[in-house]
Design a protein around this ligand. Structure first.
Ligand code: G1P
Length: 221
């Protein structure tokens, strides 16, 4: 309303376009009891259908959106799909890691999962990067598992349990992934996305060049 009153019609259009993209329903997770618990809170919105989970601190930039890539895979195999990326071995400690038995086209048949394993214990370097398409059977599994040492209900553990009932595939997502929950990842994403915008590209490039030259000069002194 404020934008309308002040005649900022271009900005008003941007805001309206965003709110017309989808119907947003939300539920608050009243206690920080883990990702699995957060998903359980959303159960009443989902009912008995497969659904997608997207973690907001994982951003993936690709021509075909990451979730679209995964929906295409779901349509082929009609099974839960975990969106993954290969990560450096030292980074396995930050992710849910896939133990797979064989490759099927550009997917992998998941055999088991382990949440944040040690470098030595990790069965592979294939990490889940915050994109999931899950069968509604996951809710039963989430209800069955017990909280971990930190009191959190881990989604990874529930998916591991789901494996005893249904096949699950992992898929290596195409595109560049940013971890914006990490300070440096947040900066990388901000810079790369800004450089793609015609209204910011030139100005940002000049700013980065100036900053680098200044930093180099200071290092020489
Ligand atoms: C969560 C999941 C983990 C997954 C990661 C992706 O961990 O528990 O399995 O690999 O997101 O970003 P978190 O980042 O919340 O510690």
């Amino acid at each position: 309303m404020q934008l309308k009153i002040t005649g900022k019609y271009n900005m008003l259009k941007v805001v309206q376009n965003i709110s017309n993209l989808a119907d947003i329903h939300y539920v608050r997770q009243k206690e920080p009891l883990g990702l699995g618990h957060a998903i359980l809170c959303a159960r009443k919105f989902i009912g008995n259908e497969p659904f997608a989970v997207l973690l907001g601190d994982d951003i993936i930039d690709s021509e075909t959106p990451a979730l679209r890539q995964m929906i295409n895979k779901y349509q082929e195999v009609q099974s839960s799909i975990l969106g993954c990326k290969e990560v450096p071995r030292l980074d396995v400690v930050k992710y849910g890691i896939v133990n797979y038995s064989y490759r099927y086209q550009d997917m992998y048949k998941v055999q088991s999962l382990v949440e944040k394993p040690s470098v030595e214990a990790a069965p592979s370097t294939q990490a889940i990067v915050g994109r999931y398409i899950l069968s509604p059977m996951i809710f039963e599994m989430l209800e069955r598992i017990t909280p971990d040492a930190k009191g959190e209900i881990q989604l990874t553990e529930a998916i591991d349990l789901l494996l005893s009932r249904e096949p699950i595939f992992s898929y290596l997502i195409q595109g560049k992934r940013y971890d914006v929950g990490d300070k440096f990842g947040f900066l990388q994403a901000s810079i790369d996305f800004a450089l793609k915008r015609p209204d910011l590209k030139k100005q940002l490039e000049q700013y980065l060049l100036d900053s680098l030259m200044k930093a180099n000069k200071e290092a020489d002194l």
